[in-house]
Design a protein around this ligand. Structure first.
Ligand code: PMP
Length: 424
């Protein structure tokens, strides 16, 4: 058995100091039971807890670490930048470099504004969409998660879904009233909202491939349908690519799916592991932002030199090495295939949804999982057993049934085979 005594006493201490002992809810292992692991260090595909146990990591800091942990070039870029000072609150060349990379990689983005998290990106993109269209309402999908701004904590996915808190207290009735919810993969549910509120809808925001109710694949025509509906009603289409950006292709889901939104929100990978978000789109929309236009949004640490150094290095590596995506696909496909075989051999009902290097195994009797209601049939107790048994075998999956398993460039074939073996 693993000894996690140091993590146990650290959690006792943190429970006295931090609400729930953590700075982000799902980290507390509430839905899977057991004591959260306090991490000491990470390298490549591995993380080590403070008791010295080593795990093959499939959480990847919830998405950013697509190249694995502590990648040499990224660490060096951060060190080099830090020596020149950590923040100036004035323009830097590093911001231009970052913006050039993003605008050249992401098809919909002609101009970009850097922020400090995915939450800031979606919150600001929505304000911009409202300012641009002069309308107030936003359509989101049940089970999609767009960070913790008030407008989005309505039928929210991710930790909110895991902990049974999809609608948070503290969000005013007025804010909630401007958020309309539809069902992912169900265009009729979106059309119904447009027929009732068409002239009031500023934007439809969607994770083009949701990862926050577990991975859900868009049905053919669904994203195209959203593009068409928003065009017809003069509403903006916002792709929240905080997870999918730079993961499903260098240009994200929009490149892979061939559907181009008006605005795109980004986070996670874009910061190379440092706190970064961004939103961007067509020039005419982005130029509505202050100081050019009237829509206000600002940030003391936005475009921070350390974050820009890490993020640019990350994007540069991805941009220069398209073979990374082929390798991610190969390893992830092997993992999917291996797990499918194991499910079959053991007679375990389950559905595996995967696209590229993001994957979810739902313990469900259903034949397919295509949206929120399907995802909710997942047996969370069975997931908890799977999660804890995997930890005992040195494999670290997300501590929630409704998240992604992320495959990184640092995972070896051996890492993948180990998971398939362990799953037996
Ligand atoms: N959008 C999506 C699709 C996300 O997955 C997340 C975070 N999991 C966010 C927005 C919020 O990003 P952050 O946690 O950086 O605020």
């Amino acid at each position: 058995m693993r000894n996690i005594n140091k993590s146990i006493s650290a959690f006792k201490k943190s429970l006295e100091l931090l609400p729930g002992g953590v700075n982000s809810p799902v980290r507390a292992f509430k839905s899977v039971g057991g004591n959260p692991l306090f991490i000491d260090k990470a390298k490549g595909s591995k993380v080590w807890d403070i008791d010295g146990n080593c795990y093959t990591d499939f959480v990847a800091s919830w998405g950013p670490m697509i190249l694995g942990h502590a990648r040499e070039e990224i660490v060096e870029a951060i060190q080099k930048a830090a020596k020149k000072g950590t923040s100036y609150g004035a323009p830097t060349l590093a911001e231009n470099e970052m913006a050039e990379l993003i605008t050249s990689m992401v098809p919909s983005v002609e101009k970009v504004r850097m922020v400090n998290s995915g939450t800031e990106a979606t919150m600001s993109a929505l304000r911009l969409a409202r300012g641009f269209t002069g309308k107030d309402k936003v359509v989101k999908f049940a089970g999609c998660f767009h960070g913790h701004a008030d407008s989005f904590l309505i039928k929210a996915g991710s930790g909110a879904m895991t902990l049974g808190l999809p609608d948070s207290p503290g969000v005013t009735k007025a804010a909630a009233a401007d958020t309309l919810t539809a069902e992912y993969n169900d265009l009729d549910s979106v059309e119904a909202l447009f027929s009732e509120y068409g002239s009031e809808i500023a934007a439809v925001i969607v994770e083009p491939v949701p990862g926050n109710m577990g991975v859900i694949l868009p049905k053919p025509g669904f994203l195209e349908g959203l593009r068409d509906l928003t065009n017809r009603h003069d509403a903006l289409l916002i792709f929240d690519e905080v997870i999918t950006g730079f993961r499903l292709a260098p240009g994200g889901a929009q490149e892979r799916m061939g559907v181009i939104p008006d605005l795109t929100t980004m986070g996670k990978i874009i910061g190379g592991g440092l706190p970064v978000g961004a939103y961007g789109g067509r020039k005419e929309i982005m130029d509505m932002l202050a100081p050019n236009g009237p829509v206000y949004q600002a940030g003391t640490l936005s475009g921070n030199p350390l974050a820009m150094a890490a993020g640019s290095q990350m994007l540069q590596i991805l941009n220069d090495n398209p073979s990374i995506y082929n390798e991610l696909e190969r390893k992830a496909a092997r993992l999917e295939e291996g797990l499918r075989e194991r499910l079959k051999e053991t007679g375990t009902p389950g559905v595996i949804n995967r696209i590229g290097s993001m994957m979810t195994l739902f313990f469900t009797e259903l034949a397919e999982v295509n949206g929120f209601n399907d995802a909710m049939t997942s047996d969370t107790e069975k997931y908890a057993r799977h999660f804890n048994a995997s930890l005992d075998k040195g494999i670290y999956f997300a501590p929630s049934a409704f998240e992604c398993t992320f495959i990184s460039d640092a995972h070896t074939d051996e890492d993948i085979e180990k998971v398939i073996q362990a799953f037996a």
